[in-house]
Design a protein around this ligand. Structure first.
Ligand code: G6P
Length: 609
């Protein structure tokens, strides 16, 4: 939540910071602001609402300077307003701060500072940082930030500038991401790499408790003991173009269409059809370990949780290892039974979700082996876990996750196949069959993407409905949940995903002619059962939209509307069946005039609990 950007060099920092914020707007869009230093003075522009309002503000009241910081906000403490928008200043107006995270003890600090005479202008937790730095400032910003951080409890990624010294930005991080972009006679700061791609490829991921001094021609990083630290400079291979819309109306639509490629990118170099092999270099889980573990425990949030639910089916079917799936915010406050015989898997696109990160730390404390599936290289979760398996989806900008989900599923198929080989729970023939199925998925996804027109037509019929039920069974039940979540997130239509067989225990009472029912009815061992559930809903007046395989004639009689998808093995069908549901939500959302890429109240990277 919240994105921060900083620049120091010889260009106009206001322009560079603004462009960076555009790339981070998915992290929050309640308000935004930029501060620069020019002629030994701080100049700030802040606006409520989307970034475009800040752009208009700066157009009317231009600012420029060679050093600047900026912020795009997802409100936690204090409503979205200009006073609460970052950057925040101290009493003198000389010290300016942008912050991503939450200061847990801000009330105590604020009360103390007020007693000492500090005047506050906002309701935010962040403002206390500016005043604390002011309290400790004796002419050296670095030392003042260092002292202030000693008083603070919570999570932060911070950038601080002071009008007394336009030669440096001081940054610090703890449990919130902060990345430095290493340029030539210029340096950059951002919450994630997508804001840096247009300028640099060399980046440094700050570690927890690092404080750094960023000058135009140098970067000095100090660890929590105050020792100068060497952090590796990493090359980012993501293409800047991946973070652009490239002619698509929305990022979400572009990202839906990218899936054939991103699935392929995620398995490329990791499976070999010729010699039936899976190669996951970064996963050091041995055969012995797999033979002794009592269970696999998966933890995630949102769409990533749904990927975990699909993985449970794969794991139990292919490896016979018991598997359970947990929502991170519940898991971390429960009393999970974890020890050295449990493999824990954490799934997170961003690698920064606060609850998932906390759950991972808990699992480590309890002695479980940890493995992360992440899309963002160098993210907190990927660095904290014992093993990491990256998805190769490139930056996902749309708040509603699409390509990251199918990337996660792909990574999970590879992982589970690897485990099954190690455990000897699949025959050579079965393995060859599974690998071939995986290999062919991108072609099937491309075929599936061609159904968009048909889905658009169905969306025209249903876009004004107030509620929806999504039904499926078995490995596709999580896809019903995911379809319902997508619709809720971006169209604000209430939708419920349900196991089709459970409908008669409650939700069937909701069904009448005003309740459309989306049913996943592709080929599977439960296909006949799903047909019966369709009959039950139809008999009560529901309009049925069925997702079925091409060539299924029977479904035309059974349902009112059909979306046809190519046939694949049931095990891999979630990868295909989710795509029409993504399209459906997208079209419904656009027809209702909703903001597809930045739905209200949501943010892409949830770094608060
Ligand atoms: C937010 C996003 C979702 C995402 C979830 C988990 O709610 O809007 O799209 O699935 O966080 O995020 P993660 O980065 O951990 O996968």
């Amino acid at each position: 939540m919240c994105g921060i950007v900083g620049y120091i060099g010889s260009e106009n920092s206001a322009d560079i910071v603004y462009k960076g914020l555009e790339k981070l707007e998915y992290r929050g869009y309640d308000s935004a602001g930029i501060a620069v230093i020019k002629d030994d003075k701080i100049h700030i522009r802040r606006s409520v609402g989307k970034l475009i309002n800040l752009q208009k503000n700066i157009k009317n009241n231009p600012i420029s300077g060679f050093i600047g910081i900026g912020h795009t906000r997802w409100a936690t403490h204090g409503k979205p307003s200009e006073e609460n928008a970052h950057p925040h200043t101290d009493c003198s107006g000389k010290i300016v701060v942008v912050h991503n995270g939450i200061i847990e003890n801000y009330i105590q600090i604020k009360q103390q500072l007020q007693k000492e005479g500090h005047k506050f202008a906002s309701e935010t937790d962040t403002e206390v940082i500016a005043h604390l730095i002011e309290k400790y400032y004796k002419g050296d910003l670095f030392n003042a930030v260092k002292s202030a951080l000693k008083d603070i409890r919570g999570a932060y990624a911070l950038s601080v500038i002071c009008s007394d010294d336009d030669s440096r930005i001081i940054v610090a991080r703890k449990d919130a991401p902060l990345i430095l972009g290493v340029g030539k006679d210029e340096n950059f700061i951002a919450s994630d790499v997508s804001a840096l791609l247009a300028y640099v490829r060399d980046v440094i991921f700050l570690e927890n408790d690092d404080i750094a001094e960023i000058k135009k021609d140098s970067i000095k990083i100090f660890d929590k003991n105050g020792n100068e630290a060497k952090r590796t400079v990493q090359k980012i291979l993501w293409d800047a173009i991946q973070a652009e819309k490239c002619g698509y109306k929305h990022f979400m639509l572009k990202e839906i269409y990218e899936q054939s490629q991103t699935i392929q990118d995620t398995f490329r170099g990791r499976i070999s059809v010729e010699d039936n092999k899976i190669l996951l270099e970064t996963v050091k889980i041995s055969k012995d370990f797999l033979n002794k573990i009592s269970r696999i425990c998966i933890v995630a949030c949102g769409t990533s949780y749904h990927a975990g639910l699909v993985a449970k089916f794969m794991i139990e079917e292919l490896t016979s290892i018991p598997a359970e799936v947990n929502i991170a915010s519940e898991f971390r406050y429960g009393t999970p039974v974890l020890n050295g015989t449990v493999l824990t898997i954490f799934i997170s696109q961003s690698g920064e979700t606060a609850d998932t990160l906390a759950a991972l730390k808990l699992a480590k404390e309890k002695g479980a082996t940890t493995l992360a599936i992440c899309n963002v290289i160098g993210s907190s979760i990927s660095r904290e876990a014992d093993n990491v398996l990256y998805t190769h989806c490139g930056p996902e900008i749309g708040v509603a996750s699409t390509k990251a989900f199918t990337g996660q599923l792909t990574a999970l198929y590879l992982l589970v196949m690897d485990f099954a080989i190690k455990k000897g729970t699949v025959s050579e023939d079965k393995l060859a069959y599974l690998i071939k199925q995986m290999w062919d998925i991108p072609i099937k996804v491309t075929e599936c993407l061609k159904q968009s027109e048909q889905i658009l037509e169905i969306a025209k019929t249903f876009h004004m409905k107030k509620q929806f039920i999504y039904l499926a069974r078995n490995i596709n039940y999580p896809i019903a949940l995911e379809g319902a979540l997508k619709l809720k997130e971006i169209s604000y239509i209430y939708a419920e995903g349900y196991p089709a067989g459970e409908m008669k225990h409650g939700p069937i009472a909701l069904i009448d002619e005003n309740m459309p029912v989306m049913v996943i009815a592709t080929k599977s061992k439960v296909y006949e059962k799903v047909l019966s559930n369709i009959e039950e809903a139809k008999a009560r007046g529901a309009k049925i939209i069925a997702i079925a395989n091409i060539n299924n004639k029977e479904i035309i009689e059974k349902s009112d509307y059909q979306i046809f998808v190519p046939e694949v093995d049931e095990m891999f069908s979630p990868l295909i069946n989710v795509i029409p549901l993504q399209f459906f939500s997208y079209y419904v959302s656009t027809m209702r005039g909703c903001d597809v890429d930045q739905p209200r109240n949501l943010a892409k990277s949830v770094t608060v609990e």
